[in-house]
Design a protein around this ligand. Structure first.
Ligand code: SF4
Length: 228
């Protein structure tokens, strides 16, 4: 595994990185398909440890059967499990989405709340899920840190944060609030396309000359191999 840089890049370099990402990914959106905040919320819960493509294959049948929070709140867990099985962790996810739907139906008249505190109080909803829903469904300022955002921002030296919350704080300090939601997408798209795990494609990367990681990779490769 390639170690992350131990020092952050200067602020002006970090800002250049972000401007390049903004230029590279000018109209970023989530790959999850949804028609309303309820569908987005459920899709994001299902996307934990699962690809967006897989979630998009699963949700049409789920939402055809349970088109509103009230419908899903009344669902039998076994029926939901069958529909979402291919997303993995299906028992836990069934519990979360039925629980979230019940809370929406009972406490919010079937409407997804826009406030972070209310979202994070729903079953199966943590800070990252709440941020995705706030930014994409309600255009609220929120930056979500998933595995791509965590990895790419560390490789670029934008953060030394140990936790997603630390990374979020470093990234949001670099950007105006109106760009927080898009910045999530820039980093995710770059992580999927070029700055891949485990091996980034630095030769194809427009950030190459600013990024500390190519030098780390070069040093790493020149180290003598340990006998096994
Ligand atoms: S230069 Fe390499 S490590 Fe740095 S952002 Fe680009 S792909 Fe990732």
């Amino acid at each position: 595994m390639i170690p992350f840089p131990k020092k952050k890049v200067p602020r002006d370099v970090a800002l250049k990185d972000l401007r390049i990402l903004e230029r590279e990914y000018p109209n970023p959106t989530t790959a999850l398909q949804y028609r309303n905040p309820y569908e987005l919320l459920i899709a994001v819960i299902l996307s934990a440890q699962c690809t967006d493509e897989r979630v998009n294959m699963t949700t049409p049948a789920l939402f055809a059967r349970y088109p509103s929070p009230r419908d899903l709140a009344a669902a039998k867990p076994h029926d939901v499990e069958k529909l979402i099985k291919s997303c993995g962790f299906f028992r836990m996810k069934t519990k979360s989405i039925i629980g979230a739907a019940r809370a929406l139906a009972e406490q919010y008249d079937g409407v997804v709340p826009e406030q972070r505190e209310a979202l994070e109080a729903l079953p199966g909803v943590g800070r990252k899920t709440a941020s995705v829903v706030m930014a994409n469904a309600f255009a609220e300022p929120a930056l979500a840190v998933d595995t791509h955002v965590f990895r790419v921002s560390h490789r670029l030296g934008l953060t030394l944060g140990k936790t997603p919350r630390d990374v979020e704080d470093d990234l949001t300090a670099l950007l105006p609030k109106r760009k927080w939601g898009n910045a999530t997408h820039w980093l995710i798209l770059h992580g999927r396309k070029i700055c891949k795990a485990p091996v980034p494609r630095c030769g194809e990367c427009p950030l190459n000359s600013l990024c500390p990681t190519p030098a780390i990779i070069a040093r790493h490769r020149s180290l003598p191999r340990q006998p096994r």
